[in-house]
Design a protein around this ligand. Structure first.
Ligand SMILES: [Zn+2]
Length: 357
């Protein structure tokens, strides 16, 4: 990675900062299209953007990120209808967050890791604004994002993935497998087939428990073999550690939200949150690893609580009935932790140790 860092010295610092900022604003203008069209089920490539009021096709000159909005005075050149300030805001936000991502990486620039972080931040920005506007988190981002996150973590190890316990991996794998089976069973709509599928699921799990009890010694031997394999071979491989961390991360992240959702459903009889948040945490969990996934849940809950309190003080009890787009807070927390996660973790562990001494 030396050559990348050296390449940076060929030009002055402000040049790269400006390049990243401009690149971010261009990406931001594309994210606007995704945010606007994806929930409506429209193609994000064609046709060219047009004014929703008068249908005026937006020209190339009117499509320059940030600058066009200022030059047009925030109005459509065809019908003078005000353009939502959300558009330039997304462009500016993306530009600034890309710049912050660059600052995180520029000391030791690994081009691939840098672009992986940029993609993750961009995906989070889309999810934040789509959830804010439509109260949904599209599978097209969350589930595909999970697949991309797995691929990224296979080749670009998670920098915080220092440890992953062997039993954590097994436990996570078991939960994920059971959940996948559960999902597969839920796909069957017909009573009898569904019942048969449940029975099959029960027989597999029951059979596995029975076997491990009947042949406990052999079972433990198998466990020890796996443990030795992990300790001596896989556990020291960056990609294996990174994948294991991701697996534990998405199990904790998605698992906790799923459990909360089920508890809420049992207590209140209504669905308090959608499955979108759960699917979003699959992506976040795999990308950030388990430590930062827990931090994401903590920070998102804090942000959500602060906002709920502020709204409660302003509007009173009404807020208790309002549906909260939790994906907005999860996205904000995930971005904060992508950028400053390492420092936050270090600060947390240093303070914890100094408290103990
Ligand atoms: Zn117009």
């Amino acid at each position: 990675m030396e050559q990348f860092t050296e390449m940076l010295h060929l030009m002055p610092q402000w040049y790269w900062n400006l390049t990243v900022f401009v690149f971010g604003s261009i990406v931001g203008s594309f994210l606007n299209v995704v945010i606007y069209r994806l929930p409506l089920g429209q193609s994000i490539i064609t046709p060219r953007s047009a004014c929703p009021k008068c249908g005026h096709k937006i020209t190339a000159l009117e499509n320059i990120p940030l600058i066009s909005y200022i030059l047009l005075g925030g109005k459509c050149s065809g019908c003078k209808t005000a353009i939502s300030p959300i558009y330039p805001f997304v462009e500016l936000l993306t530009a600034l967050l890309f710049l912050a991502t660059y600052f995180k990486h520029k000391q030791q620039l690994n081009f691939y890791a840098f672009f992986a972080d940029l993609s993750f931040v961009a995906a989070c920005i889309c999810l934040i604004f789509i959830d804010y506007r439509h109260m949904i988190l599209p599978d097209a981002i969350t589930l595909r994002g999970t697949i991309v996150a797995i691929l990224i973590r296979l080749f670009i190890p998670n920098p915080t993935a220092a440890t992953a316990s062997f039993f954590g991996i097994q436990f996570s794998a078991l939960i994920v497998l059971t959940y996948l089976l559960f999902l597969a069973v839920e796909k069957f709509d017909y009573g009898v087939v569904r019942l048969a599928a449940y029975l099959l699921l029960l027989m597999i799990t029951g059979g596995w428990l029975l076997m491990s009890m009947l042949y406990l010694e052999q079972y433990l031997d198998l466990q020890v073999t796996f443990l030795i394999l992990w300790e001596n071979y896989l556990g020291s491989r960056a990609w294996a550690l990174s994948l294991a961390n991701g697996l534990i991360g998405c199990t904790i992240g998605a698992g906790l939200l799923l459990a909360l959702r089920q508890i809420y459903f049992v207590l209140r009889g209504i669905e308090g949150m959608g499955l979108g948040d759960v699917k979003m945490m699959l992506m976040v969990g795999f990308y950030l690893g388990w430590q930062l996934t827990i931090a994401t849940l903590v920070i998102a809950s804090l942000l959500g609580t602060i906002l709920a309190l502020a709204m409660f003080l302003q509007t009173g009890r009404e807020v208790l009935k309002a549906k909260v787009p939790f994906g907005v807070f999860l996205g904000m927390a995930a971005i904060i932790l992508t950028l400053y996660g390492q420092q936050i973790l270090e600060w947390y562990f240093n303070n914890l140790i100094s408290v103990r001494q």
